[in-house]
Design a protein around this ligand. Sequence first.
Ligand code: SAH
Length: 253
Amino acid sequence: MNQPQTSNSLFSRLRFVLVGTSHPGNIGAAARAMKTMGFSQLVLVNPRFANATTHEEAVAFASGAVDVLQSARIVETIEEALEGCNFAAALSARLREFSPPVTQPRALAAQLAGEASLNAALVFGSERYGLPNEIIERCNVLINIPANPEYSSLNLAQAVQLLAYEARVAATGEALPVSPIGFQGVAADLGQIEGMYAHLEQALVAVEFLDPSNPKKLMPRLKRLFSRAQLETEEVNILRGIARQIMKKLGQQ
Ligand code: SAH
């Protein structure tokens, strides 16, 4: 092995999540891209072909990385794919109005390599549609690969290659100095954050600040606000405590 394999090295705490991939060849090529850079955790959310990990085209494109392909986890939802993660980065060629903070692959890789407590996911969209807003909004950051503004959409496996390369360079100690993400406590688990949003939404409906029949963009805006804060577990607990107290005072609990 030509990479440090300590228990908290980035190689063991970074997973690659491909959402709704159509072409098995891209899944195989993504497995190859990962293995060449020393990564092995591949998760497929609802691939178009249920047999994606054994599909002939996937196997052909994986070449010597069939082991990564065949140990890929296939799941139905993004929640399952992100289980156990406390950091997720959405990859998108398009910037969105309600997105978490935008950063670039090199800076992200250096941050992930530098924060040993992060169990992170890189989330890639489908060839045809990219990532839906609901998934982008649940990620901590949005990663945009700088590209030709007139044609900025890379092939999926090539986007995976680029991120895997940057992650490798950062993990093996060639990283640029960048400012840390800024966690002081434990980064909140993504499932905890989703639970907090649901709780907060309930309280906002209860105090009639949020009208469920006309929600406008309140929740996406709040999610964007909180994603800029990079929430820690204790902060999530405080926000849930506030929501709980509102419900209690209103006698709705
Ligand atoms: N037609 C899609 C693009 C799909 S490319 C769209 O309009 O969004 C497949 C995936 O590769 C994307 O969902 C994204 O995860 C990744 N990708 C491609 N180009 C990228 C770029 N310039 N920056 C970040 N991610 C990119």
